[in-house]
Design a protein around this ligand. Structure first.
Ligand code: LTN
Length: 186
């Protein structure tokens, strides 16, 4: 199949510490398994990591570690477009536009927000808004599929809701992506 007729896959991983075996089986392995079937975009979500890492040196190192791990597990840069989120300003630009069509009560219903708030009331605004940047990460590339771990399922649903909401307000623009969730082994 030529590149232009392949379906599109997009996913990312947050560089806040070294990816572990759970990330590997939960999400990363799927990127490798699917790289021949899909036109793939896989990125390092460094702006998302800023919601929890505020040490520049630590973040720079984690970015390089994730890049090395991507290569080590067998992602082929000849086949897959590998990039760093902050190198593409459109992610934050579209994230802002999504902020303006999304309500606070809607975001307050997210599991990730409730969990974070239960642990610490003083969560930062970036943390609260995490799903809007993630919706932008996804919808910009018009992917057909978004392979993620089980813990990210709701974030992909939020991206779908946001696409629908935008399309409703401004006219048909964004494609609704399907999550691919790996079943737990047991
Ligand atoms: N939230 C994800 C990382 C992530 C992502 C994305 C995954 C940021 N943007 C877009 C898929 C699509 C995580 O913590 N693993």
């Amino acid at each position: 199949m030529s590149a232009s007729t392949k379906k599109i896959l997009l996913s990312g991983i947050q560089p806040s510490g070294r990816p572990h075996i759970g990330n590997y089986f939960g999400a990363l392995k799927q990127f490798v398994d699917l790289q021949d079937t899909y036109e793939s975009y896989v990125f390092i979500a460094d702006l998302h990591a800023l919601t929890s890492v505020q040490n520049g040196k630590q973040l720079s190192e984690a970015i390089v570690d994730v890049a090395l791990d991507y290569l080590a597990i067998g992602l082929d840069p000849e086949k897959v477009t590998l990039y760093k989120q902050s190198d593409v300003p459109a992610h934050t630009e579209l994230g802002w536009i999504f902020n303006c069509i999304t309500t606070m009560p809607y975001l307050m219903r997210s599991h990730a927000f409730k969990d974070a708030e239960a642990r610490n009331k003083e969560i930062n605004v970036g943390r609260f808004d995490y799903p809007m940047l993630m919706a932008a990460d996804i919808l910009l590339y018009e992917p057909d599929v978004v392979p993620v771990g089980q813990d990210q399922k709701q974030h992909v649903e939020i991206a779908r809701d946001t696409a629908e909401k935008f399309n409703h307000i401004y006219g048909e623009t964004f494609k609704l992506p399907e999550p691919i969730i790996k079943k737990r082994l047991r």
